[in-house]
Write a protein that binds this ligand. Sequence first.
Ligand code: BV8
Length: 252
Amino acid sequence: MQARRRASISERLRERFAQARRVVVLTGAGVSAESGVPTFRGGGGAAVWKGMPFSVISSAGMLQRDLAEVWAWFDYRRDILQSLSPNPAHVALARWQDRFEDFTLVTQNVDGLHQRAGSRDVVELHGSIWRARCVACGEHYDLHDEPQRTRPPACLNCGDALRPDVVLFGEMLPAGAFERALEKAETCDLFFVIGTSAVVYPAAALPEVAKSAGAYTVEINPELTPLSDLCDEVINGRAGEILPLFEVNSKS
Ligand code: BV8
């Protein structure tokens, strides 16, 4: 069925939004674009770090070969994030968590901007740039107030090296994270996919799971993606402009 495409919110979606009880939102880099966080556009091919494409520098293979270079790449991104803030898309989604009987925010983003906007219990499918973990004992460390250039520091627990607590290509997702997202996608009545090019798996499978479980699926993205034809409704717009609209009319 051809998805209905528009840059506004249909009456049909307003009704579904007003009646929904169990809602899941999946976000990607696009939801942080209006905060100034670079997206990965250009996909795996484009050079993002010292001539290396994203799918190479952010890969398990790179971690084996050159942990210091992986740290340098994430230190550089954490530097950028230090001066950036959540945008109206993050703020709107933080408000949704108290609006529905059952709301689940699932993100591919490692930037922590959802949490900074007030979102709780965010399912971080790909980890967080604000955490490190020991490659041996798995001990976790918060990096929020860590000075930048002391890497790789050693694990205070077992003395082994620390690594960024993010999921690199070729690595499994954090235990339970995908399973929780899957369970919610299978039982929700409204599923939003916002700001993702939907090429990275298994995250990109979640909207398909929700759709085949009968949820009303909505994509918000200025561009079409491999998911656009699958969704019941496609809103071709920027998340920071579209998401606040859900609040506006629902009051009037
Ligand atoms: C795994 C953390 C088991 C690190 C990331 C099945 C088929 C094919 C391949 C695979 C498969 N299963 C597994 C694979 C391999 C691989 C994969 O999917 N490869 C892809 C490239 C084909 N998957 C994995 O390796 C996963 N692990 O499967 O483990 C296993 C193990 C071994 C072997 C096999 C299986 C782990 C994947 C996680 C990797 N880590 N991030 C880091 O950040 O550095 S992925 C990272 O890239 C992000 O987290 C995100 O997932 C992805 C980027 O995508 P998006 O977020 O969508 O961003 P993008 O820039 O692409 O698009 C932005 C979108 O926003 C655009 O559409 C744009 O139009 C839109 N936009 C722009 N502005 C706005 C906007 N939208 C709204 N508003 C705006 N203002």
